[in-house]
Ligand binder design. Structure first.
Ligand code: FAS
Ligand code: PHB
Length: 391
């Protein structure tokens, strides 16, 4: 039997779930197909910083109440390098509201709960998803669920299935251009039960490499260190991780408490863009279309801005038959995507020890850090990019 809906959404990460929510609020039917279990999606530790635009989108979509209550307002960042420590009040310099520290796991839980409460279809453990007839106005999705084969006919497919998903790979290579940059390092991240009194993030670099102190709540901190790109987490007992964090984050008068490490993992670093973000009736959003190194805290925020743009386009197309915004969707998203790509690359090259760099390159990097922290124009430029472009 062939089921039908208006929009088939592939993937229940932040992009797919938020798109489903925005369409639901406009009375547009959708079905979300997710390959993993609900527990897996809710436990997947990833981003933690919400731009003011993302915060507003969550609140306006009626899924921001817990975030507004539990999220930590975050006004600025410390840049700590080779014995110097500079605080950059990003919200004040950019003239925006503060950012919000609230884990992606919590955003996903809030969106899943809202979807289930609203009763719209959200299928976990949907397997063997494939997309077909993308050039028609009635594309087809095939999948299996609970041992049954299914077919879903729709008007639009939203590819929100992340970097390794099936949707982008279903677009003929000749119809798409891609750009990629791999970095000669990765991030080892831990979640640690330690008390953090400050609201600010600390980005640090010294001879031993990059480190970042972020958080999820007063009692739960998120910390990262730069490691080799092919590093094995088995080589990193907690004691070694703490030793590197102390050495890289050290500054006079400040100390890092230690506590139980409840999660650790290694994330590769890459930049990636695929364009156009549309192929016929298939629209890509979020990590399905682009990846940034997490140094600029942009990945999750880009996913939300993509689907905010896509939801407006699909509302015009499906309710009024107006294709203007859907025809310009890819162009409208890519301007923001490339700005976030550049900022994420810029933060990454400024704050990591590149093993291929020479002594001259390291002095250039130090000079860049000193300029960014001392020039009012450079501080404001960092602030504007860190808080994100207006939606
Ligand atoms: P997601 O990858 O979150 O979601 C895609 C969904 O599609 C997944 O649930 C997946 O299971 C599902 N899927 C895949 N293939 C499918 C198929 N064939 N059929 C059905 N479903 C399928 N960003 C930051 O801003 N800060 C960070 O610190 C940060 N850390 C990260 C750490 C890691 C390990 C990773 C991988 C990413 C990190 N990111 C970070 C980026 C991350 O937050 C993404 O930008 C964000 O998850 C993007 O959301 P989505 O586009 O929804 O993609
Ligand atoms: C996080 O809290 O996970 C985080 C914060 C800032 C970043 C990257 C990750 O740039």
């Amino acid at each position: 039997m062939v089921q039908t809906t208006q929009v088939a959404i592939i993937g229940a990460g932040p992009a797919g779930l938020m798109l489903g929510r925005l369409l639901e609020l406009q009375g547009i039917d959708s079905v979300i197909l997710e390959s993993r279990s609900r527990e897996y999606c809710e436990a997947r530790i990833r981003a933690g910083i919400l731009e003011p635009g993302t915060r507003r989108t969550l609140i306006e979509a009626g899924v921001g109440e817990r975030m507004a209550r539990e999220g930590i307002l975050h006004g600025g960042v410390h840049l700590r390098f080779y014995g110097e420590d500079h605080y950059i009040p990003v919200d004040e310099l950019a003239g925006t509201e503060p950012l919000t520290i609230y884990g992606q796991t919590e955003v996903v839980k809030d969106l899943i709960n809202a979807r289930i409460a609203g009763g719209a279809p959200l299928l976990f453990e949907a397997e063997d998803v494939t997309v077909h007839e993308l050039s028609s106005d009635a594309p087809l999705v095939r999948y299996s669920h609970g041992g049954q084969e299914h077919q879903l006919r729709c008007r639009v497919i939203a590819g929100c299935d992340g970097f390794h998903g099936v949707c982008r790979q279903s677009i003929p290579s000749e119809a798409q251009q891609t750009w990629q940059r791999e970095y000669p390092f990765a991030w080892l991240g831990i979640m640690a039960e330690i008390f953090t009194p400050e609201d600010e993030l600390i980005y640090a670099i010294n001879e031993r490499g990059f480190a970042l102190r972020s958080m999820r709540s007063r009692q739960l901190s998120r910390l990262y260190i730069q490691v080799e790109p092919d590093e094995d987490i088995a080589n990193w007992p907690d004691v070694r991780i703490w030793e590197e964090l102390h050495a890289r984050l050290a500054t006079p008068g400040w100390s890092l408490p230690e506590g139980p490490v409840i999660e650790k993992g290694i994330t590769p670093m890459r930049s990636f863009v695929a364009a156009p973000m549309r192929h016929g009736s298939l629209f890509l959003a979020g990590d399905a279309a682009h990846i940034v190194p997490p140094t600029g805290a942009k990945g999750l925020n880009l996913a939300i801005s993509d689907v905010s743009t896509l939801a407006r386009a699909l509302c015009a197309l499906l309710k009024d038959g107006d294709a203007t915004l859907s025809d310009s969707y890819s162009h409208d998203c890519l301007r923001r995507v490339w700005r976030a790509q550049h900022f994420s690359w810029w933060m990454t090259q400024m704050l990591h020890r590149d093993p291929n760099d020479d002594a001259y390159g390291r002095e250039l990097q130090r000079s860049q850090l000193q300029y960014v922290c001392s020039s009012p124009a450079a501080r404001r430029s960092l602030a504007e990019n860190y808080v994100g472009l207006e939606l």
